[in-house]
Each structure stands twice: as C-alpha cells, then as structure tokens.
Ligand binder design. Sequence first.
Ligand code: IDP
Ligand code: MG
Length: 138
Amino acid sequence: MERTYIMIKPDGLERRLAGEIIRRFETRGLNLVALKMLVPSRQTAEAHYAVHRDKPFFADLVDFITSGPVVAMVWEGEEAVKLTRTMIGATRPIEAAPGTIRGDFTTLLQANLVHGSDSVENAATEIALWFSPQEILA
Ligand code: IDP
Ligand code: MG
C-alpha cells in the first residue's frame, strides 16, 4: 500500500472540476485518507515546489498556486503514486493523453488542474508538508 499527495489546483476549483477529479480517483479504487481545502501560504507553496526554485517559471507558479483555494488530499492504494500520475496525465499539454485528467480538461501548461507526487519519497515529503499526522484518517 502506497500513499500519495494529490492537490486540486486553484483552476480546478474555479472551473468546478473538484468533484470530477475526486470521483475519478474514487471510482478507480483508491482510498481517500485525508482532505482539506485551504489557500496555500507562499511559504508552503515555495517548499512544495522547491525542486523548481531555479526555473524561470517558479515565481509565476508560486503566484498561481497561492491565488486561491486548493483541495489537498492523501490517496492510498497499490502503487498509488504511479497510478495517479498516469491518471493525471503528462505535464506538457500536447502529451497529456485523452482519458487523463489533464488530457480531458485542459490545454494549459501552468493551469493544469491537479498535482500528484512523482515518487514515493516525494509523496512522503509532500504529505508531511501539507498535513499533520492527526489529519490522516486511516
Ligand atoms: P507535474 O505537475 O506534472 O509534476 P512539474 O514539472 O513538476 O510537473 O512542474 C510543476 C508545475 O509547474 C506543473 O504542473 C505546471 O503547473 C508548472 N509548470 C511546469 N513547467 C512549466 C513551464 O515551463 N512554464 C510554466 N509552468 C510550468
Ligand atoms: Mg512535479
């Protein structure tokens, strides 16, 4: 059993796609073990995207992710990290396959609706950044 950190970004809420996104993970068979809605602080957003600190799009990305409420979640299941990445789709819009969340609902690179951890190790770091242990119900 693996856990992964999934976040519906501000564009996902603005576009009223939160239910659709959650439904996809639920019906696929993953277990939701933590969920909350919040407007991320700059500090949390910068820590979350620390790996991109030196990229030209970093400041824009932090502005975007702190621009409104997000839905922060922890999902659990067999190979949950890989499975949810597959369901979310590729970062580059033209590579996001139809049937994936990004491939079905966006053509944008930054406003791509949802974040998913890209490794088991990063998932643990991200879960610890966004949630206290008591907030995880499993
Ligand atoms: P991921 O979300 O598919 O893991 P990452 O490469 O980790 O993609 O990038 C994090 C987020 O930063 C992306 O989801 C997207 O919102 C944004 N992003 C990535 N590359 C660019 C870029 O070249 N320009 C603007 N935003 C970008
Ligand atoms: Mg990433």
